[in-house]
Design a protein around this ligand. Sequence first.
Ligand code: ADP
Ligand code: F6P
Length: 323
Amino acid sequence: MSQFKKIGVLTSGGDAPGMNAAIRAVVRTAVYNGLEIVGVKRGYNGLLHEDFINMDARSVGETLQKGGTILQTARCLEFKTSEGVKKAVEVAKRNEIDGLIVIGGDGSFRGARDLTREGLPTVAMPGTIDNDINCSEYTVGYDTCLNTVIEAVDKLRDTSSSHERCSVVEVMGRGAGYIAIESAIACGAEVVLIPEEPFDFQKDVIDVIQQGKERGKKHSIVIVAEGVGGTVEMAKKIEEQTGVEARATILGHVQRGGSPTVRDRVIASQMGARAVELLLEGKSNRIVCMQHGEIADVDIEEGLNMKKHVSQELIKLARQLAI
Ligand code: ADP
Ligand code: F6P
């Protein structure tokens, strides 16, 4: 017999398309296995302020295709203190919540680890558009975000081409360049700048745009990861130094919304279901992740200490195909 009768689920940190598919999988796997399940509203805030909703298989109907998160999400400063974590565990115990599933990024995983240490078994899974979770090849929301980016850049290409301009596009990713590098390849960008790879503005930006123009290119696309920044100034400098008219576009939060793609729906469903199964198997302090294309799980502390890098092959490919 499992020690679990009732579990909770929350979303924390920045939202990501596919979070609802993950919540749905958690809720339905819990119900399938005879567990009670509560949704915790607004991330760790809901734990501190007893903001719970009882859920069942029907409460997650019609949510699979929706972007955002039906539980809402937040960044909760109070929870970062040890008093906050203790209070959250007390609240969970008082409400007879025996375990918790956390959907979010690495900040949220640190919170999950702290809860486990204080006595509330917790399993986490990656939900963030940034794909910046070191222990996982994939984070829920990344594919939908990439599709939003390429749709926008394809449109920018049309107008850049008509006006023979350079379009400088800033994409999200926090400190990571995964969104930038893959969207650059998918959009055929002439230049991509990511925080992980140092660059020389003259050689890697100005010269590339000028040489492209000499080879007959009518326009150029420069993708800038937000971790590099300075997008508006960069467009001005490109115009001054190449004589090519340049426009800056910061794609912003549009990248966080929208109906999740097949990939996000399927992986969110697999990860959400696995998270509940791990609790039922008596495992906690785990991150559900993707390794070698398969759903796996690692200890939270080990997962937080792992390293992952933007593929050098992708960086090389982006340059090679931009000639
Ligand atoms: P993400 O999970 O997307 O990385 P944040 O870094 O904003 O987002 O973290 C989300 C929430 O997780 C924070 O608001 C806080 O409540 C909790 N959290 C973040 N870092 C820690 C930490 N070091 N210890 C405990 N809780 C944390
Ligand atoms: O982590 C997701 C993300 O969208 C990052 O790409 C970005 O840096 C950050 O969140 C923006 O956060 P906020 O919603 O607070 O503007």
